[in-house]
Design a protein around this ligand. Structure first.
Ligand SMILES: O=P(O)(O)OC[C@H]1O[C@H](OP(=O)(O)OP(=O)(O)O)[C@H](O)[C@@H]1O
Ligand SMILES: NC(=O)CC[C@H](N)C(=O)O
Ligand SMILES: [Mg+2]
Length: 507
């Protein structure tokens, strides 16, 4: 779940792209990049690190132009090396830059086809570079002259939909032509478009989340539909077309649980409102499982669980307190590369206020338990602070299956819930009681907010992969690749590039 952004404006866009990426930083902390188009000439800068660390004044100055795209990366394919930071660029049949959020499931086959049939060289292990080359090839097939019209671009996107499997929300810029954005036929990853009327003319901004539009002063126009493509030419004229044969909306449920910012609205559902609902449904379950009077206080695990915890406490009529304080200078731990770094960062990130725990029966609420890194540490911290009983509740159901659509959890073994009963997980995180949300209740939490949303990409909870091409053999291959001896070296390289200390414990 990277953050992507694209803009067509009438003034210089470098600062706008930078600021929009800052608003999407929570979607990817490993690398960032911006590419702009200035009179048919691209300028691009990308590197590993947070947005604010990647771009220096000199880089910003070189990013000239009134349109461009940006990306902040959380790697799910290939490695975290700087070469795989985005945007990617090709120079034929036109100059094209591309930024991608999601993950392809047939990138290996596509890569072979690129070489054998389409005679295109892919220089990294990134699935996004493959996607760009498929798009470029299809644009080549439809372009009959030196100029490109919107219809030709939409035909190329229709071909991309036929060839590519998996999740992809994309912004791409064609030098001297305009900005193309599209979403996969299942609408797994989010993408929306906003407009800003200025004295100089109309500006359009496409972004992963509405928070980026709002933060940049753009009026939210709408979500881009699954399978749809929009094209904004360099004169700010907007064209739109459904390019998929059988589109159906299946947004990723995990966006609502954790990935997205709560102040975003995705596919018509406020993320904050869905998290409040998650808290309400979870309260109902807790009422059934833990006798009333046994819980003295409800506490969130900052940040993402707060809305659910607040509403849960309200519904149960139990006091809500903040027992853990977050160090705001440490990023999100779940999306960090490497278990050692994640584990160390939980302790650096959260600190307990002992007086809030002493002699109390506390119910800790988190949005999800994935590898159990956070919950294990947090339960221990609550005990060290003198809690009598530590109950734990998760606003999401057990995460049992790998995600192949843009969240980096490709192996079953790393998931704490895989192959364990709830009691066993409870013992593993050393809590006194553990309560998980039911999947049905999670889905209702989103549907209650927008009844038009009935189908979800929820594979990490139910093992159903909406794209239909993810077989057990595919998952085995993925696990095998992830567990290959190269992996620690990749993480070490990332750690060095990001200038991070070595982890306390090896994986
Ligand atoms: O079981 P785990 O593998 O630890 O993953 C789950 C935890 O990771 C996330 O927090 P994170 O620190 O990434 O971000 P947040 O501040 O947005 O909650 C999430 O909110 C859970 O707390
Ligand atoms: N999380 C994502 O959206 C990642 C995009 C792409 N698969 C990459 O690894 O760069
Ligand atoms: Mg968290």
């Amino acid at each position: 779940m990277c953050g992507i952004v694209g803009v067509v404006s009438q003034t210089q866009v470098n600062q706008l792209l930078y600021d929009a990426l800052l608003l999407l930083q929570h979607r990817g902390q490993d690398a960032a990049g911006i590419a702009t188009d200035h009179n048919n000439m691209f300028s691009m800068y990308k590197a590993n690190g947070l947005v604010r660390d990647v771009f220096r004044t000199r880089n910003m100055r070189s990013l000239l132009g009134t349109s461009g795209i940006g990306h902040c990366r959380y790697p799910t394919a290939g490695s975290s090396s700087e070469e795989e930071a985005q945007p990617f660029y090709v120079n034929a049949p036109f100059g094209i830059t591309l930024a991608h959020n999601g993950n392809l499931t047939n990138q290996a086959e596509l890569k072979q086809d690129m070489f054998r049939k389409d005679r295109r060289h892919i220089n990294t292990d990134s699935d996004s570079e493959v996607l760009l080359n498929v798009l470029a090839h299809e644009i080549q097939e439809v372009s009959t002259s030196y100029s490109l019209d919107p219809d030709a671009l939409f035909k190329a996107v229709a071909m991309v939909h036929r060839r590519v499997r998996g999740a992809y929300a994309v912004v791409a810029q064609i030098a001297g032509v305009g900005l193309l954005a599209f979403r996969d036929p299942y609408g797994i990853r989010p993408l929306c478009i906003g407009v800003n009327e200025t004295d100089r003319g109309t500006e359009y901004l496409v972004a992963s989340e509405s928070v980026a539009l709002e933060g940049m002063g753009f009026r939210f126009l709408r979500d881009i539909a699954p399978g749809e493509a929009v094209f904004i030419d360099n004169d700010s004229k907007l064209y739109e077309k459904q390019c998929a044969d059988n589109p159906s909306l299946n947004p990723c449920a995990f966006e609502y649980v954790y990935l997205a910012r709560p102040d975003s609205v995705i596919d018509g559902a406020s993320v904050y409102a869905t998290r409040l609902k998650m808290g309400e449904y979870l309260a109902d379950k807790i009422r059934r499982e833990i006798p009333s009077g046994e819980i003295d206080v409800v506490m969130p695990i900052p940040d993402s669980s707060r809305p659910a915890a607040i509403q849960l406490a309200l519904k149960l009529g139990i006091e809500y307190r903040e027992g853990f304080i977050k160090n705001r200078y440490i990023g999100r731990t779940f999306i960090m590369p490497g278990q050692g770094m994640r584990k160390k960062s939980v302790r650096q990130k959260l600190n307990a206020i002992s007086s809030e725990f002493k002699g109390k029966n506390v119910l800790l609420v988190d949005d999800s338990i994935v590898r159990g890194t956070t919950s294990r540490e947090i339960v221990q911290m609550a005990r060290d602070s003198g809690a009598r009983n530590v109950f734990f509740a998760s606003a999401a159901p057990p995460v049992l299956f790998p995600n192949v659509y843009g969240i980096d959890m490709p192996t079953r073994d790393e998931l704490i819930a895989h192959g364990r009963t709830v009691d066993e997980i409870c013992r593993e995180i050393t809590a006194d009681r553990l309560v998980y949300q039911d999947l049905d209740a999670l889905k209702r939490s989103i549907s209650d907010v927008n009844p038009a949303l009935q189908n979800f990409e929820a594979s990490c909870f139910d093992g159903v992969y909406v794209t239909g091409d993810v077989t057990p053999e595919y998952l085995d291959r993925l696990e095998h690749a992830r567990n290959s001896p190269n992996k620690p070296q990749v993480e070490d390289a990332v750690r060095t590039q990001l200038n991070l200390n070595p982890p306390v414990a090896a994986e």
